[in-house]
Write a protein that binds this ligand. Structure first.
Ligand code: ADE
Ligand code: ZN
Length: 346
């Protein structure tokens, strides 16, 4: 039950977000301003019109809206603004560490300079770090529908920006008809270069997609992975190999990846002993915030204060940070959680 004390705890507790697309954080007002300034046609004229677009019957519709709107983001300074606004939004929710993905293909195919986009993004998050202390690391999320051949040039960009905070390599986009296996070589090369590995899998496709991501791509973390519940052997495998599931419940409800809150498998995966983290995915497009996800964990999944702390600690243990930085974050967050729990009596 969401008592006033637990509500206060959720709002004030230190948090970590590991599955967040920068483009999916764009505020409707910013989107309209960028579209106008950059002379990009988008299918909305005002904030109400933008909000109307955020209703999808399925994952494909979500992706179509997403691709249509992100075209408004064109220049390095646009990415800098997005990163700054996203960082301030996260810091305001007491997020202490975040990993943020960019999806380069949709920008590259419009002729954008990804180095300019990344330089802007990095500058925006550096400013946030100076102003709030929020630490951000980046990942590149390659759209699997573009096929493995074009992924190599995106991997080169990832490698070239590792010294500036790019730490992860991932595939996302349309899982249907685009299994993980053809990306095995690209993932092996990314790992050899020192990048950490993730993949969107088990979001709209079942266990075969998750098996492919863990066995052929050797990922440490799965974006969503919720359909793993359909295969008990896979659940055992994920627990034993300590593969992390970055779960985004509201996203799953909004895209139709989950039928209802009652049928969403977050609780089952958590109770099965899998290392689960809680995330927003694309907060603007799914009308959510990280604080809301924590509220829903209580209201729809019966999580208590111990469980909420576990979700945060899971995210720290799954963070793609060097061990000393990870240990520092763990000490700081543990201290904050303990003090807050005793203050609020939760
Ligand atoms: N890109 C942005 N959000 C995504 C999601 N939920 N799944 C796959 N690709 C995405
Ligand atoms: Zn995602």
């Amino acid at each position: 039950m969401l008592t006033p004390e637990l509500e206060a705890f959720i709002v004030r507790m230190p948090k970590v977000e590991l599955h967040l697309h920068l483009e999916g954080t764009i505020m409707p007002r910013t989107l309209l301003e960028l579209a106008q300034r950059n002379h990009v046609e988008i299918p909305a004229r005002d904030i109400e019109g933008v909000e109307q677009l955020f209703r999808y019957r399925n994952f494909g519709e979500f992706l179509t809206v997403y691709m249509a709107l992100v075209r408004a983001i064109v220049y390095g300074e646009d990415f800098e603004r997005l990163a700054y606004e996203a960082g301030i939004m996260l810091a305001g929710q007491q997020v202490r560490y975040a990993e943020v993905m960019l999806s380069p293909m949709q920008h590259l195919l419009r002729g954008m300079d990804m180095h300019e986009a990344l330089a802007g993004t990095i500058a925006g998050f550096r400013r946030v770090e100076r102003e709030t202390g929020l630490l951000v690391r980046l990942g590149l999320d390659y759209g699997r529908q573009y096929g493995p051949e074009l992924a190599w040039q995106v991997l080169e960009i990832a490698q070239a920006t590792m010294s500036q905070g790019v730490v992860a390599w991932s595939i996302g986009g349309n899982e249907i008809g685009h299994p993980p296996e053809p990306f095995a070589e690209v993932f092996a090369a990314a790992s050899n270069a020192g990048l950490r590995l993730m993949a969107h899998a088990g979001e709209v496709v079942g266990p075969t997609s998750v098996w492919g991501a863990v066995e052929a791509l050797r990922v440490e973390r799965l974006g969503h992975g919720i359909r793993s519940v359909e295969d008990p052997a896979l659940v055992t495998y994920l627990r034993e190999k300590q593969v992390v599931l970055d779960v985004c419940p509201t996203s799953n409800l909004r895209t139709g990846a989950a039928e209802s809150w009652q049928r969403h498998p977050l609780r089952m995966l958590y109770d099965a002993g899998i290392c689960v983290t809680l995330n927003t995915d694309d907060p603007t497009f799914f009308h959510t915030t990280l604080i809301d996800e924590y509220r829903k964990a209580v209201c729809y999944f019966g999580f208590n204060a111990d469980d909420l702390c576990r979700l945060v600690l899971n995210a720290i243990s799954a963070a793609f940070l060097p061990p000393p930085e990870q240990a520092l974050l763990l000490r700081r967050v543990t201290r904050e959680l303990t003090a807050l729990r005793s203050e609020l009596g939760v």
